[in-house]
Write a protein that binds this ligand. Sequence first.
Ligand code: PGA
Length: 240
Amino acid sequence: MKLHWLTTASLADIAANHLTRKLATKPTAAIALPTGETPLALYRCLAERRQAGTFACDQARFFNLDEFVGLGPQDSGSYGAYVQRHIATPLGIDPAHLRLLRGDAPDLAAECRAFDQAIQEAGGLDLAILGIGTNGHIAFNEPGTDWQAPTHRVTLAEATRQAQRSLYADVAAVPREGLTMGIATIRAARSILLLAAGQNKRQALDALLAGRPEPAWPVTAILDHPDLTILADQQLRAAA
Ligand code: PGA
């Protein structure tokens, strides 16, 4: 595991460098991208670099990590809509190179299987970029999730529903279920980059840095990954 403590301001830049290096070695890389507050600065940084002509991802393949059950990219509160708005449009990603997990698919079990199949067909993930939930979730893999599971349907933890402030003003409107890239799918990525920022991530990051796999903290499932890089906001360091 490589751990880098960074200023809030530099985290996005360093994450963008990491992704740029990956694409320099493999322009056709298959990459999983997170949604949420933390990576927004990364996507802004990549969009600026694209404008400046210093970043391109035309040949890469992209996947998202999770979606709410019942929602598709046409729904404003969906992660698919987030991906379109903050990633696909500003980075000019060809729709044929983007596979979104669809919470509005008619058969959700089949959708989960097809999603993993699409990752396989892309040659497996070269890089999975992850955020971390206050409860230690990665994607929508909540505490207690089976670490052997591929992409699957989940019941969302209350902490996860509460955290959707940027998408839903009213927590009662947040869907109760989601689809998530499974921990098995994430662990199979050749490389993982975890972004940890925000005071509410302190406990989850502590659990990770304690270095022991704990089912109550799904993020600890990636501890033994052979190519794991953690970029953590140095404001979280005191307790870590
Ligand atoms: P955040 O979410 O970046 O919005 O804090 C991360 C997560 O819950 O995985």
